[in-house]
Design a protein around this ligand. Structure first.
Ligand SMILES: CC[C@@H](C(=O)O)C(=O)SCCNC(=O)CCNC(=O)[C@H](O)C(C)(C)COP(=O)(O)OP(=O)(O)OC[C@H]1O[C@@H](n2cnc3c(N)ncnc32)[C@H](O)[C@@H]1OP(=O)(O)O
Ligand SMILES: [Co+2]
Length: 134
């Protein structure tokens, strides 16, 4: 696993949080994207070399809606950049982690993504991200 690719933060109201984080970072979101398969709308901010992903749920079954119901707003996941997501999924499975989707799926910002169940990683939802190459 390489560097942290982004930190995902669950929010109730994306417009209100976009404004809050604009004030925090002194610059607006550089991108917004809906990911239908995850039931989320997202926005992305830069903080120096780091990337913050805000996520709001778009339906009641969305992982974000369910997370906020249980735990409230806040840090939802940490995403790590990987070179070869298929190899990394196999490696982490063999190390005993529970991989939530063994077939990588399309995430936001031109990435293939996979998740590890937080119960297998000390309560932290881990996302693996591989840049989609043309
Ligand atoms: C925008 C696309 C992409 C990107 O490109 O960056 C994204 O980031 S998408 C982000 C949203 N998508 C996901 O989170 C997909 C992976 N998540 C899941 O599959 C599920 O959320 C889950 C982790 C399997 C939990 O689902 P489920 O079991 O249906 O929900 P429960 O509410 O019953 O939770 C069970 C258990 O797990 C705890 N939990 C849930 N989410 C988290 C979390 N983010 N961090 C830590 N713990 C989490 C939850 O509190 C429950 O615990 P207990 O109450 O102790 O049982
Ligand atoms: Co993410």
């Amino acid at each position: 696993m390489d560097k942290i690719e982004h930190i995902g933060i669950a929010v109730k109201n994306l417009d209100a949080s976009n404004e809050l984080f604009r004030k925090l970072f002194g610059a607006p979101a550089y991108k917004m994207e809906e990911v239908l398969s995850e039931g989320v709308t997202t926005s992305f901010f830069k903080s120096g070399p780091n990337k913050i992903e805000l996520l709001a749920g778009t339906n009641e079954n969305s992982p974000i809606t369910k997370f906020i119901e249980k735990k409230g707003e806040g840090i939802h996941h940490i995403a790590f950049a990987v070179d070869d997501i298929v190899a990394e999924i196999a490696r982490l499975k063999s190390e005993g982690f529970t991989v939530l989707n063994e077939v990588p799926k399309k995430g936001a910002d031109n990435k293939l993504v996979a998740f590890l169940h937080p119960k297998s990683s000390n309560g932290v939802l881990v996302e693996l991200c591989q840049e989609i190459r043309d």
